[in-house]
Design a protein around this ligand. Structure first.
Ligand code: AMP
Length: 462
């Protein structure tokens, strides 16, 4: 998962990009970068680490120009390597271009092998570089046409921003897997911004204009906004964005994440009612759904777990031993809320199951007499091919265990997951399914097309 940002026509384009990325930091903490464009000359700052640390005053001073794009990265395709930091940039036929990509391509391996066979040189392991290579091979004159040529070969999830010469270009794949929204600075209607989530707009005082449509290639230049469209495909916006990934203060494809999570919690309470004294969330991911559960069940809401905000997300830690430790580093129980109580604890999802087990234990140690785990999404039993970093199927507890077995594993008194239909109802998609819920249902809109499996050379740069 990653976040992207772009801005057109502002004298402080890189400063605003930095702020935009700061508001998108939850989408990726591994690395970040901004490329600014000053009269067709690109300037870039990219580094491992978080936005606030990378973009010092000095770093921002290296980024002049009125157009800029930015990226925060959460390693999915290509792994966690310095050369995969985005935005990527390249020069071909006398033109410079930079791009930032959120999503995963499903036929990247096949295309990469084909391009390497034709003599292409790759300098990263990121699937995004394949798009640049395909664009450089297009015989068409206009940048947007070269892009359309490249995208006709590519399959998968992509929400991208580009800058070239005097343009900002925003593109979303035909299924619209990942979010991408267009805005405009308040009081400066000629300054356009594009971002993964509307939270980025709030911080820089921009207003949402509309979503970039699935399959749209939107070019912004001195003559205005121009849209071209890729061939149509069924809409499949990622429902996990609403469940977990996006910030609750964002509006995604016209739907408030906050409202969606309240509805998920309410629906969960209807599907899995239980007699209890208190509803508590797993902060921060379960907070809004737990409020919905409390509202619908009439059970009081309390904060029975307090989060230490100065620890990274436990999920990203590389090894199991660190992750186990991480839950305790991150969450502490409040005995005054829990002691002697029958507790409903709400989280957004169970992936490997390690977090839930630790939490149940914490709650019992703090005096809870019963612990009822409620999850505001269905069991995750398949990996995501479209840009969310889920482990392999074998590591997903729900792919190898029944709900009864998971209940035992996590040592809960009861466990209830929101149903797949309940989730679609909460995101207002019961009639016509226009979400991707493959990680819950196995209904994959696009198959992953693996190459020959030849081992890629791994270069580690320190
Ligand atoms: P686990 O211990 O693997 O079951 O982790 C479950 C926790 O990870 C839940 O609290 C979720 O909020 C969180 N989570 C779910 N999916 C992801 C993801 N793709 N990246 C990071 N955290 C996640």
């Amino acid at each position: 998962m990653c976040g992207v940002f772009g801005i057109y026509n502002h004298p402080e384009a890189s400063n605003l990009s930095y702020l935009g990325l700061h508001a998108l930091q939850h989408r990726g903490q591994e690395s970040a970068g901004v490329v600014s464009n000053q009269d067709g000359v690109l300037h870039g700052v990219r580094s491992m680490g978080q936005v606030g640390k990378i973009f010092t005053r000095d770093a921002l001073a290296q980024l002049p120009g009125t157009i800029a794009i930015g990226h925060v990265r959460y390693a999915t395709a290509g792994g966690s390597l310095v050369q995969n930091i985005q935005p990527l940039w390249a020069q071909y036929r006398g033109r410079s271009v930079a791009l930032a990509h959120n999503g995963n391509l499903v036929n990247e391996e096949v295309l990469r092998e084909e391009l390497e066979g034709e003599g292409a040189i790759f300098s990263s392991l990121s699937d995004t570089e394949v798009i640049l290579q395909l664009m450089a091979r297009s015989r068409r004159a206009e940048f947007a046409e070269q892009l359309a040529d490249a995208l006709s070969r590519v399959q998968g999830a992509y929400s991208m921003v580009f800058t070239t010469e005097d343009q900002l270009i925003a593109v979303r794949d035909p299924h619209g897997f990942r979010p991408l929204v267009l805005g405009r600075l308040k009081g400066a209607p000629e300054t356009y911004v594009v971002a993964s989530e509307t939270t980025a707009f709030d911080l820089i005082e921009a207003e949402r204009v509309r979503d970039i449509e699935p399959g749209e290639i939107l070019t912004i230049d001195s003559t205005g906004l121009h849209s071209a469209h890729l061939p149509k495909a069924p809409r499949r916006f990622c429902v996990f964005e609403h469940v977990y990934f996006a910030r609750p203060d964002s509006v995604l494809d016209g739907l408030s994440v906050y409202e969606a999570r309240i509805a998920m919690g309410q629906q969960l309470a209807r599907e899995h009612a239980v007699e209890a004294d208190v509803v508590i969330p797993v902060p921060d991911s379960g907070v809004v759904a737990a409020m919905g559960y409390a509202q619908a069940s009439g059970i009081p809401f309390q904060m029975g777990l307090i989060r230490n905000h100065y620890v990274g997300r436990t999920f990203i830690e590389p090894s199991d031993s660190i992750r186990h430790f991480g839950v305790r580093l991150k969450l502490n129980a409040v005995p005054q809320v829990l002691s002697g109580k029958r507790v409903v604890v709400v989280d957004d999802s169970i992936v490997r199951g390690t977090t839930s087990r630790k939490i149940v234990k914490l709650l019992r140690q703090a005096g809870a007499t019963e612990v009822h785990v409620r999850i505001s999404s269905p069991p995750v039993n398949g990996p995501c091919h479209y840009g969310i970093d889920t482990p392999t199927r074998a590591e997903l507890v729900a792919s190898t265990h029944s709900i009864e077995q998971i209940t035992k594993t996590i040592e809960a008194d009861s466990l209830g997951y929101l149903s797949a239909d309940g989730l679609l109802a909460a995101v207002r998609s019961e009639g016509e399914k226009n979400f991707c819920d493959a990680c819950f249902t196995g209904d994959y809109p696009l198959r992953r097309d693996r190459g020959s499996g030849r081992k890629q050379l791994r270069l580690i740069q320190v």
